[in-house]
Write a protein that binds this ligand. Structure first.
Ligand code: ZN
Length: 324
C-alpha cells in the first residue's frame, strides 16, 4: 500500500486532524488570543457561502471556536497555508512529495501529479519551502568541533553581463557542522573576505576548527578560530595527507547534491527566490536518514515549520523569474 493512500492525503477532515496533531502537539493554541489549552469547540457542519460549484456552500473542515475570545479559526491560521485556496489534503501530498524526493519536485511535475494549475503548484511549493526555512541560529562547531566552509556559483544573475570568473552568477555560501551533520546556507552578494567573514563569525563558535579551500576570502580565518585548515584544490589537493581531518569534502558533497537538484529539477530560478530553494535543500539534508529521519518524520518536521510563517502573493513576485 502506498504511503499516499493514507486518509490525510485524500480526506479533508483527516487532513485537518493530522495538521492539528502536529502543530498542537504541545497544546492547542488559539491564534487570536494566544490562550493555550483553553476552551475550544469543534464547529461541525458549518458551510461557506453558496457558489455555482457548491450551491449549498462547501463544508468548512477543521473549524474551531475559542471559548475565551469567541473567535473562529482553523489550524491553518497563522501558517504558510492560511491564505492557500487548495484543499489541505492536496497540500499535505505536496509536502510529502517534496520531502521524499532527494532532489525535490518541479512545479510542473507537481501540477501534473496533483492535477492542479501550474501557478497554484508553483506558489504551493514556495509556501512549503518557506515552512522549511530554518530558524536555527546556534553557532556551529561548539566544543571545538569542525566546521567546513565553502562557496559556490550557480545560475545567472538577471541583467548582469557575462564576464570572466563568476561575476554574472549567483553566489551561495555553505557551512557544514561535521559533528551534527547539519548544513547552513545563504545567498551572498560576493565572495570577498569583507562579505564572508562577518557571516562565518556570526555562525561559527570561536573554539571551532574551520576548514576551507585556499580562496582569499577565507585568508584571515585563523585569527578568529581555534584552527584553520586549508586544502589547495587548485593544485588537486583535497585532503591534507599529514592531517586527514583537514578537508572540505563534506561541504563539497553538499553542493554537489544541491547543484544536481537545481540543474535537474529547478532549471531556472531568480535570485529573489534562491534563498527558498536553499532552505529546501538544507532542510532535506539536515533531516536526512543519516541524521535519523525517514520520509514521514521529515514531513512532520516540515509541517511543524509552517507555524509562524506566512507567505502571501504580496510578498512574493509570482511572475519574477522562476518557472521551475
Ligand atoms: Zn481565543
Amino acid at each position: 500500500m502506498s504511503v499516499l493512500s493514507q486518509p490525510r492525503f485524500h480526506d479533508e477532515a483527516a487532513a485537518f486532524a493530522y495538521l492539528e496533531s502536529v502543530i498542537w502537539a504541545d497544546g492547542k493554541v488559539c491564534p487570536h488570543c494566544g490562550v493555550v489549552n483553553g476552551r475550544m469547540y469543534d464547529l461541525t457542519g458549518v458551510r461557506g457561502k453558496p457558489s455555482k460549484k457548491n450551491p449549498e456552500g462547501a463544508i468548512r473542515h477543521g473549524l474551531k471556536k475559542c471559548g475565551e475570545c469567541r473567535k473562529q479559526f482553523t489550524a491553518k491560521v497563522g501558517t504558510v497555508f492560511e491564505d492557500a485556496k487548495l484543499p489541505l489534503h492536496l497540500m499535505l501530498q505536496a509536502v510529502h512529495l517534496m520531502m521524499s524526493s532527494k532532489k525535490g519536485i518541479s512545479s510542473h511535475q507537481l501540477s501534473r501529479v496533483l492535477e492542479i494549475q501550474y501557478n497554484s503548484a508553483w506558489f504551493l511549493t514556495h509556501r512549503i519551502r518557506e515552512a522549511m526555512r530554518s530558524g536555527d541560529l546556534a553557532p556551529f562547531g561548539g566544543n571545538g568541533g569542525v566546521v567546513e566552509v565553502d562557496e559556490t556559483f550557480i545560475g545567472q544573475l538577471k541583467g548582469v553581463e557575462k564576464r570572466r570568473a563568476f561575476h554574472h552568477k549567483m553566489k551561495v555560501l555553505a557551512l557544514v557542522d561535521r559533528d551534527s551533520g547539519k548544513a547552513r546556507t545563504m545567498v551572498v552578494d560576493n565572495v570577498k573576505a569583507e562579505t564572508l567573514m562577518p557571516i562565518v563569525l556570526a555562525n561559527v563558535a570561536r573554539e571551532a576548527r574551520v576548514m576551507t579551500d585556499e580562496h582569499s576570502g577565507y585568508r584571515d580565518m585563523g585569527k578568529f578560530f581555534a584552527a584553520h585548515g586549508t586544502t589547495a584544490h587548485g593544485r588537486g589537493q583535497y585532503v591534507d595527507l599529514a592531517d586527514r581531518s583537514i578537508h572540505s569534502n563534506t561541504v563539497e558533497g553538499y553542493f554537489s547534491i544541491f547543484k544536481r537538484g537545481m540543474k535537474g529539477v529547478y532549471q531556472f530560478c531568480g535570485e529573489q527566490h534562491l534563498h527558498r530553494y536553499l532552505a529546501e535543500f538544507e532542510f532535506r539534508y539536515n533531516n536526512r536518514a543519516a541524521n535519523g529521519f525517514d520520509d514521514k518524520a521529515r514531513a512532520i518536521e516540515a509541517v511543524k515549520g509552517i507555524v509562524g510563517k506566512r507567505l502571501t502573493y504580496k510578498s512574493t513576485d509570482r511572475w519574477g523569474a522562476a518557472s521551475a
